[in-house]
Design a protein around this ligand. Structure first.
Ligand code: XMP
Ligand code: MG
Length: 183
């Protein structure tokens, strides 16, 4: 798909590349203030969090290791069921480490809530969450997310790591899809 086509598939841009960069810079400073001097491990959730991890980690004023998990939600279609299967586990033993989960989006919260409990059962020093996006109206479980980039309306969004049928992850902005894309 060429660039003009990809842009035309967007209905509206919700958050621009520049806004994302500026917000991640703020979050990185806050996060570093919390973890400086601690044994921090960044944990990205594949594949959506790839862009957030790349930009957030490079905005940190110091270095921290990163690791990755891949999970899939059991259940019907596009809705998260909360029953999660690990497709790729961490390479790292997180015992005693301060884990920061880096996510693209918290929608119902079911997936992240499962991941957080799973990691907490491995005796880390702490587990916190940083997400670029959150849909407050879609929340189905209470989940304590310490760092949120942007709260957005309850609409399906793509770009900056987020996909529709694996497309659009490489869009630089975050936006909603035009209806013609679905039909
Ligand atoms: P939950 O509902 O468990 O969300 O918080 C789990 C995963 O669903 C994906 N998700 C989205 N992906 N646009 C996307 O491209 C969206 O608007 C959207 N909402 C949820 C995402 O992978 C998230 O981690
Ligand atoms: Mg995700």
């Amino acid at each position: 798909m060429d660039a003009a086509h990809m842009g035309a598939d967007l209905e509206k841009v919700l958050i621009t590349e520049d806004e994302i960069r500026a917000r991640l810079q703020e979050l990185a400073a806050e996060i570093w203030a919390e973890y400086d001097g601690k044994d921090l491990l960044l944990v990205g959730v594949l594949k959506g969090a790839v862009m957030v991890m790349a930009d957030l980690s490079r905005a940190l004023p110091g270095t921290a290791p990163m690791d990755w998990m891949a999970v899939s939600s059991y259940g019907s279609g596009t809705k998260s069921s909360g029953v999660v299967r690990i497709l790729k586990d961490l390479d790292t033993d997180i015992t005693g480490k301060h884990v920061l989960i880096v996510e693209d989006i918290v929608d119902s919260g079911l997936t992240l809530s499962w991941i957080k409990s799973n990691l907490e059962s491995r005796n880390p020093a702490s587990v916190e969450i940083c997400t670029l996006l959150r849909k407050p109206e879609a929340a189905k479980v209470e989940i304590d997310v310490k760092w949120v980039g942007f709260d957005i309306p309850n609409e399906f969004v793509v770009g900056y790591g987020l996909d529709y049928a694996e497309q659009y992850r490489n869009l630089r902005d975050v936006g909603t899809l035009a209806p013609h894309v679905y039909s």
